[in-house]
Design a protein around this ligand. Structure first.
Ligand code: GRF
Length: 201
């Protein structure tokens, strides 16, 4: 499976994919796409010799309409959003139907939607006094965090003292969950049955 990973910042989930021994012979990361000219994730891509692209308007950027053709020319057949903060254009969603996934650092359908990213999510979880949080991998549709849920992992947060502690615990499980789900897609083990999505063994 040839994939593109979309990022906006640190790139620790990109790193988890690139370093997963389970994905080595199954998945090739062909491109890393960002809405930033510079971000830590691009440095990681550089270390692995992976092509990078910046989406936007202006010098050294490709506009929204060009992304689809760039990905097509690179023969990419799967997209992973890992910390990408922009909405995905409709054209791309239509061309990659059920082939774009996103990782969200909470248990959807709670604590998602516009503005719910980074520490905002963990602050909302902390302030709710929830006792568990976790990570969700879901299909990407036309709005933020509303696509069907593919997989989730949860973590006990009953004893945390601040949102940062939640972030730390959730990130650890994100790094396990995302490669697991990518592997399931690469092995054709993700079954989309009428309304529900299941990973089979
Ligand atoms: C992760 O928490 C991910 O769930 C969210 O954005 C963060 C990205 O972190 N969508 P990183 O760039 O992968 O380190």
């Amino acid at each position: 499976m040839k994939i593109a990973v979309f990022v906006s910042g640190r790139g620790s989930n990109l790193n988890a994919i690139l370093n997963s021994p389970e994905l080595k012979n199954l998945v090739e990361v062909i491109a890393v796409v960002s809405d930033k000219i510079d971000c830590e994730a691009f440095e990681i891509a550089g270390q692995f010799g992976i092509k990078t692209f910046t989406v936007g308007i202006g010098e050294k950027k490709i506009n929204q309409d060009q992304i689809t053709s760039v990905l097509k020319n690179l023969e990419i057949n799967f997209i992973v959003l890992a910390g990408y903060l922009r909405l995905i254009p409709n054209e791309l969603i239509e061309k990659f139907e059920n082939r774009i996934i996103n990782i969200h650092p909470a248990l959807l359908p709670s604590f998602g939607g516009k503005g719910m990213y980074g520490l905002n999510v963990h602050r909302a979880v902390f302030n709710s006094s929830a006792k568990v949080s976790g990570a969700t991998v879901h299909m990407v549709d036309k709005t933020y965090d509303t696509g069907k849920i593919i997989a989730q992992k949860c973590v006990n947060i009953s004893d945390v003292k601040n949102p940062e502690e939640i972030a730390e615990r959730v990130l650890k499980i994100e790094h396990q969950l995302l490669p697991e789900v990518v592997k399931a897609f690469a092995e054709n083990r993700v079954k989309i049955e009428s309304d529900r999505i299941l990973i089979v063994n």
